[in-house]
Design a protein around this ligand. Structure first.
Ligand code: BG6
Length: 455
């Protein structure tokens, strides 16, 4: 990877929040250690909390492992997000930095704030002229925003219209950090760099596909955010659908950003729901701060999606996710049909023992194939075995999802970011699932429940 060396200012709104603490600073620091940030860079943290620069530095120090000069690149600007002077102060600060550097630098505005503040911050950025580049020839201005993008088709469209009014599409980076995960990025490489899988990757040979995103943790302290959204909006509309697009999309004619995004969107626009959706809520959820006492918000769902195209017609994609479950794991399982003639396979072999490919996204980062072999010895008996590849065994450099996403944004590569068309197609499908789910009874499950038992 090559460093992009134009001086850059990272202006992070909501810099004292959870996301900055857990993901953004560790990722920026890793990029810094790998010399993948520009030599000249400044991080301008913006938040409501009244912190001195030293206090802010201490805050950042606690989020990273070591410091190594990184801390010297920090500035802090305190302000309310609904106050125009906050943005004027940021503008003055960025101009001061540019003057010191003697050039118009790149500016990246990261909205690490609750979605309810997007509109306010975007409008204020624009009023303070922060959305404009300082010079047409040098320096770019980009905006990074986090999911959820809206709550439904209409709010997502409104947000996109506003973004489109203030920025050009090539300046807008909509994050779904799952697209930055190495194991997800490998799906396309795995499918399209090997001759042996692609001929079988269709309705003729594949019986069903499971996409699971299970989490042991509960909603923890995110009560008010979560209660307004629920599992389907929190991870279904984005992470799960993005995994589905990578497994299901057609081979892109080239690996360019627009072609890949376009192929992803084609899948999203063809998804329909099949049958009934199951929704659940773990016991104890209602006692969480910020959650309505009579809340019907789901912390678990299982729904079946179908893709209306010739490759996938009739193949169920079973999408399941939940919090407060017995284990944390994210995986995609491709279940093949039983096409064996019966002379070798035991008649009573279990359905789940047909050939399958499992793509473990996390915590294991692995791909394995279940296949049948003869048991060594005199008997004519076959048994299931596993052939597997693990990312952990490789001496490869570890890149976390946020590092990748930030690096790509600095490099101007939007492939791992969601396009406006993808947002709108994914919401259309999710709304149809929601409509169907609304009147369904909530299944109350105990924290630590096995997801297979939630039916
Ligand atoms: C976030 C959701 O987008 O993704 C969280 O808001 C969820 O609720 C998280 O826990 C899962 O991400 P990861 O990378 O930990 O699997």
């Amino acid at each position: 990877m090559k460093r992009h060396n134009v001086p850059t200012i990272f202006a992070i709104f909501g810099v004292t929040g959870d996301l900055a603490q857990k993901k953004i600073f560790p990722a920026l620091f890793d990029l810094y250690k790998k010399k993948l940030l520009p030599e000249k860079f400044q991080i301008v943290g913006i938040a409501r909390r009244d912190l001195s620069l030293d206090e802010f530095k201490d805050f950042v120090r606690d989020t990273i492992d070591g410091e190594d000069g990184f801390i010297d690149h920090l500035k802090y600007s305190q302000g309310q997000f609904d106050d125009g002077t906050t943005y004027q102060k940021v503008k003055d600060l960025t101009e001061e930095i540019d003057n010191e550097w003697g050039q118009c630098s790149n500016k990246l505005f990261y909205l690490s704030v609750p979605p309810s503040l997007y509109e306010l911050i975007l409008n204020n950025l624009s009023s303070a002229d922060l959305s404009k580049v300082c010079d047409d020839m040098n320096g770019w201005t980009r905006v990074l925003i986090e999911k959820p993008f809206g709550k439904d088709v209409d709010t997502a469209r409104k947000l996109d219209e506003l973004l489109g009014k203030l920025f050009k599409e090539e300046q807008i980076y909509r994050i779904d950090h799952y697209l930055g995960k190495q194991t997800l990025q490998n799906i396309l490489a795995f499918r399209f760099s090997n001759t042996i899988f692609e001929p079988l990757w269709n309705r003729k040979y594949i019986k069903s596909i499971d996409i699971n995103l299970f989490e042991e943790k509960t909603i923890e302290r995110r009560g008010s955010f979560y209660d307004e959204n629920g599992a389907l909006r929190d991870v279904g509309q984005n992470h799960i659908l993005q995994m589905l697009t990578l497994v299901a999309m057609e081979m892109p004619k080239s690996m360019t950003c627009s072609v890949i995004r376009n192929e992803r969107e084609k899948i999203l626009s063809k998804i329909t729901k099949r049958g009934e959706t199951i929704r659940g809520q773990y016991k104890g959820y209602l006692n969480t701060e910020g959650v309505a006492r009579d809340s019907k918000t789901e912390t678990f769902f299982r729904t079946v999606a179908c893709i209306k195209n010739s490759r996938w017609k009739g193949v169920p994609f079973i999408l399941t996710s939940g919090k407060g479950l017995s284990e944390s794991k994210v995986e995609i399982i491709i279940n093949f049909k039983d096409m064996t003639t019966g002379s070798f396979m035991p008649k009573q072999h279990k359905d789940q023992e047909c050939n399958k490919i499992t793509i473990n996204i996390q915590p294991k980062e692995k791909i394995s194939i279940l296949f049948w072999v003869k048991v060594p010895g005199f008997l004519d008996k076959v048994e299931p075995r596993e052939l597997s590849f693990s990312f952990h065994n490789e001496k490869n450099e570890h890149i976390n999802a946020y590092e990748k996403v930030l690096f790509d944004c600095i490099s101007g590569d939007q492939t791992s970011f969601i396009s406006t068309k993808e947002i709108s197609s994914s919401w259309k499908y999710i709304m149809s699932v929601m409509d169907n789910m609304q009147n369904k009874d909530l299944i109350n499950y105990k924290v630590g429940e096995d997801p297979n038992n939630i039916k």
